[in-house]
Design a protein. Structure first.
Length: 159
């Protein structure tokens, strides 16, 4: 009796660990055979969700460890402060652009740019299909630069 109980407990432990591992890997592994659209769509959705302060929609655009980290940040900041942070991130933007795409196996690296009046930022976003759509799985560091000519500077001869 004691041996069969230990075998049952061991089998149950293995099943629980396997289910936990499958759940943890679900957002990290690339999916095959889905038509998730253009990888850059997730960037535009992120900008729109930021403008609206739509935290749940914004977080749903992320997967894997980066999403877990962002959910921790939201929990620490509180819902209202996190929504305000999202709005402030895009407030004052004069423009945004996807300036490049690089295929990296099941992942696509997007090069993006945020244009402000006195500066611009560049960043890379790694995106992968997860749960049927493109989601951001890694954020590169932002590099802020001053433009050679400030945004809004008149061009051409003065009247």
């Amino acid at each position: 009796m004691r041996i069969s109980r230990n075998v049952g407990a061991t089998a149950l432990t293995v099943v629980v660990l396997a289910a936990g591992l499958a759940t943890a890997l679900r957002d990290r592994l690339p999916e095959r055979g889905t038509d998730a659209g253009d990888p850059s769509d997730v960037f535009w959705e992120m900008v729109d969700a930021s403008r609206e302060g739509a935290a749940d929609t914004w977080l749903d655009l992320f997967a894997g460890e980066v999403r877990e980290q962002l959910e921790t940040v939201r929990a620490e900041m509180g819902e209202a402060a996190f929504e305000q942070y999202l709005r402030q991130r895009v407030a004052g933007l004069k423009g945004v652009a996807v300036t490049g795409k690089e295929e990296l196996g099941g992942t696509v690296r997007l090069k993006v740019e945020y244009v402000r009046e006195a500066s611009y930022e560049t960043q890379s976003l790694d995106v992968r299909v997860s749960r049927g759509r493109w989601r951001i799985v890694a954020l590169g560091p932002t590099h802020e630069r001053e433009p050679p000519v400030p945004y809004g500077t008149p061009v051409g001869p003065a009247d």
